[in-house]
Design a protein around this ligand. Sequence first.
Ligand SMILES: Cc1ncc(COP(=O)(O)O)c(C=O)c1O
Length: 467
Amino acid sequence: MIALPQNPNIHPNPTMDNDHHPNGTVEPTDHDHRTSKKPKLTGPISEPEIREEFSHHQPCIARINNGSFGSCPRSILAAQNAWQLRFLQQPDDFFFNTLRNGILHSRAAIKDIVNADHVDQISLVDNATTAAAIVLQKIGRRFASGNFRQNDAVIIFHCAYQAVKKSIEAYVTPLGGSVVEVQLPFPVHSDEGIISEFRKGLERGKLNGGRVRLAIIDHITSMPSVVLPVRELIRICREQGVDQVFVDGAHSIGSLHVDVKEIGADFYVSNLYKWFFSPPSVAFMYCKESNDVHHPVVSQEYGKGLPVESGWVGMRDYSPQLVVPAILEFVNRFEGGIEGIMRRNHEGVVKMGTMLVESWGTVLGSPPEMCASMVMVGLPSRLCVMSDDDALRLRSYLRVHHGIEVPVYYQALRNCDSDPRDKDGFITGYVRISQQVYNTVDDYHRLKTAINQLLEDKKNCSGLPKE
Ligand SMILES: Cc1ncc(COP(=O)(O)O)c(C=O)c1O
């Protein structure tokens, strides 16, 4: 028999293992909800304990890009490993008596956090890309069956994530659907500019007698990163007769308060691995109604509803889906739990962004209230970030020569009064800095110094080596 790691934080064996129906569906018990709402606390976490939790991070690297790949503390990796060992100990028993209820336990915990009405509205999928495939395949089927017509459209912001745009290209446009792209103003100063561009996009979507069948709205855009006024945009969608709304909240849970009822979308996805400390990879997907939504990978569970379909997509490692209770125990060791973590990360990242713009004489890409745990920081114009290639070259240079992981963004000039300037010219480059509990002030000072050093050496992007 394999000995499981002894760790008081780990509960690899939820107590309701046998609460499953013969047909494979599961019912949460009151006990499940009590457990997920009140995870066991093991005392407030100390600074040395935080460092220990992330001691597997490569030393001496300034990781200020939590937004891309997230981070997973050691106690949660240990919980994951315990689940993996448990499966390997007795797979047959695990499959029949443990897996479904373990996933249900995680879904019930997420349901409470995001304020869904029912656990059946919450599925656990691998990532936001999978959720996009689920929604866009559904829309594609409506075109294929003749329910939607040529000229009917999907509306999306121009900076929506590439995988999401490609999913429209794969599943919707070949069947006759068109796409309306709304330009996100950037740098952005207020919600109003975004709302007014979105309204214009909706009007374009109705040209030639078409209807907007789906709006895809990021909760936090990826690049450039901005928190969008989702509730107001969805309200406008309803008023303008848009059929359905999918919110891509890939970055949201753990960095923004998410209340799916208040937000009011038909579909909402958020990765848990980015800001909610899960191992790669798991996301929750909320579906207000379950009508004709299917996982893109079809298994024997097809037709039993998305939560069950997503709970078995063939043989694979399901441990990331099972560690949500362990995540709750981890975050509840911080003052204020996950809300406290969000607040501190937000305040910290704004403070560091402000420190950088003061040093470089530039501007933030959005006001503090339009960012969560990431903020866009203007780079000095003398660096001459003039293309996406330049941005990538600077990003590689910072990683290879200074051990700094940070994404760099190029924003072409709009040739209007609002193009931002510093004392030497127009600002066309931005870094997207993230803050997570493991970051220190020194991480951001290293970035400040590396950029100031380039300026002192009179170097710009075109002079940087191609890595
Ligand atoms: C806004 C947005 N949507 C979707 C995705 C895709 O997420 P994943 O790679 O986990 O599918 C990302 C990834 O960073 C993102 O930022």
